[in-house]
Design a protein around this ligand. Sequence first.
Ligand SMILES: Nc1nc2c(ncn2[C@@H]2O[C@H](COP(=O)(O)OP(=O)(O)O)[C@@H](O)[C@H]2O)c(=O)[nH]1
Ligand SMILES: [Mg+2]
Length: 355
Amino acid sequence: MREDIPQRLKTQVQMEENDTDPTEQVPCTNDSGPEDHTQDHATLNYVGIEAVLDQMRRKAMKTGFEFNIMVVGQSGLGKSTLMNTLFKSKVSRKSCTPNYEEKIQKTVHLQSVSHVIEEKGVKMKLTVIDTPGFGDQIDNDNCWEPIVKYINEQYEKFLREELSINRKRRIPDTRVHCCVYFLPPTGHCLRPIDIEFLKRLGEIVSIVPVIAKADTLTIEERQEFRKKIQHDLQANEIRVYPQREYDEDAEDRILNDKIREKIPFAVVGTDREHQVNGNKVLGRKTKWGIIEVENVAHCEFTNFRDLLIRSHLQDLKDVTHNIHYETYRVRRLNDSNVNGLGLSSLSITTGENVL
Ligand SMILES: Nc1nc2c(ncn2[C@@H]2O[C@H](COP(=O)(O)OP(=O)(O)O)[C@@H](O)[C@H]2O)c(=O)[nH]1
Ligand SMILES: [Mg+2]
């Protein structure tokens, strides 16, 4: 290499002098940390771009995540129990806030409970929004209204923060990232109330339907029921998560197609642990044996947990921000422009012509 060239141009010259693809010379494996690269590759073409991943990771670990789940369904379908299961099962069992021993009581009002879960140094503030029995009344007209109102109020809060002059560096995110809808294990088709709810809510939030109390159905019954529901969802053009149109590439499509085949997941919840072959397992004890909640041969709770937390948590947040919140924001800002009014003079409504 020529010595008269300033240091910052050397890399460029070297790249031109070498015919081979520079990336071939730099093994960018995950094994070596960023420190190794600065030493080993200083004279090669290494710039250090991949270290941005470490930077992002460090930042994300410091700030932590917020994730908000809403549960909706008739009372007695096991909503509170399933959320308890989610907190107590492996992902969070050891890290639940210590005083979280009391069970979730029968829900009377729409209420949210937050927990900080920490695993391998990553903090997640998980909030569960429990709704009172949906569709419990004799007259269920407009029973989705308080739920729609709550979801829109959270978008509104976020929008106001975004638009405020002295906005916070990190806007607290109370938006519902995922709405878990509990279907009663009837084995029949979707009820009109399910269709009505799913249609309306599918437009404003990501919905993950589940077959509740799946231990009351045989494996064949579950499969039949699932097929019926899938058919009804399609026939009524109901959009549940993960939606095909938001698959980003072929790889996403293959992965999500597998998940779509299994939706709605047939889940079982519990807040008890039992001994099975010397191990503690989360399960429901019956006279004819223990239904192990985290055993894939027994139910699809782990598929459900994996979707929500392990594989699609970030995607659920992205879809909420980029699609549902964006739709709300555009409509809201258009309305205030058309009416020549400031945001403050518009009030939140709950009907379909939201805001
Ligand atoms: N068989 C069965 N019972 C369940 C399941 N999950 C909850 N339960 C029971 O159903 C009852 C109501 O549960 P709860 O979580 O309070 O229902 P919620 O009103 O929807 O919140 C309780 O007695 C639970 O023990 C399940 O997966 N299978
Ligand atoms: Mg409850």
